[in-house]
Design a protein around this ligand. Sequence first.
Ligand code: FES
Ligand SMILES: [Fe+2]
Length: 334
Amino acid sequence: VRWLTNTDPALRAAWHPVARVGDVGDGPLGVRLLGEAWAVARLGGRLVALEDRCPHRLAPLSAGRVEGDTLQCRYHGWRFGGDGACVAIPATGPDVPVPPRARCATASVVEHLGLVWLAPETPRCPLPDLPELDDPHFGPVELPPQTWRASAAQMADNFLDVAHFPFTHAGTIGDPDDRLVHPYEVEREGWVVRAVHRHRAKALVGEAAPDGPVEEVIDREMGFTLTAPHHVVLRLDYGRDGRMVLAFFHQPVDDDTTVLWCLQAAENVADGRVPTDEARAFQLRVAAEDRDLLERLEPKAVPLDLTAEVHTRADRITVELRRMLADLVAAGAR
Ligand code: FES
Ligand SMILES: [Fe+2]
């Protein structure tokens, strides 16, 4: 049975968030992805990602500095262009040619949704969409990145799961009477999976509360969009209590570690019914319930062979996650 871990080579040909756009300042930023280190920098206004290991004596280039449109190693001052090629070696001067092997690997890197996304190999799957972030009807709720001891695929599996609310989330959104999962459809188009699920959940609502927001059990529609390999966008519709988007983007750091980049925006935050701080605190409590359980799962991987676990019709969307991940692995093997 093949288990997908955070360092599976199939994940190299996909986009992963590694930082906020604002984290890349005047100097290089060191990030870890799929067990590898990268130096992200703005060279001559262009965002680049170079292998974070100077080919000379293997010093991290993220410890160096930006010099014009090059990244300069702090150890002996070799300078590298955005294509990874060394363009200057101070110790030998401009008249001696640079050895051809003096170059580092590069990755694709883009800015999207306020985050820096990196793909070590040409990505097969698209970047996830979240147009609500630019919609003034949705008020953004800034959430800090969180480091979880779980794999990105396990976390996506959890954020797509529709049967765990009354149990894992008994303390927040879960309604103890909302156990039955109604049949729902799952659609796959290329590297994107969509599903819609309706149920009852507790939510933070503000309209009826003179003393501020309260938690109330209400009907909600959950629209799931999964973009390969494991980026989840939830579109929650609470009827008269408005709509909310929640994005769970995953940075697989090492086999045991994933950084969760969660983006949230809600209509009842934009119109002032729910204060941003309370919306944030509620979402952090929900995530803490997931995290406390997820970090107990071993191994830190998801089996791609469907016979390794037991599935029911309530798990159709998470079964589709496994199928898509298996397809990504197969595409990499071709
Ligand atoms: S280790 Fe980078 S210049 Fe020597
Ligand atoms: Fe959950």
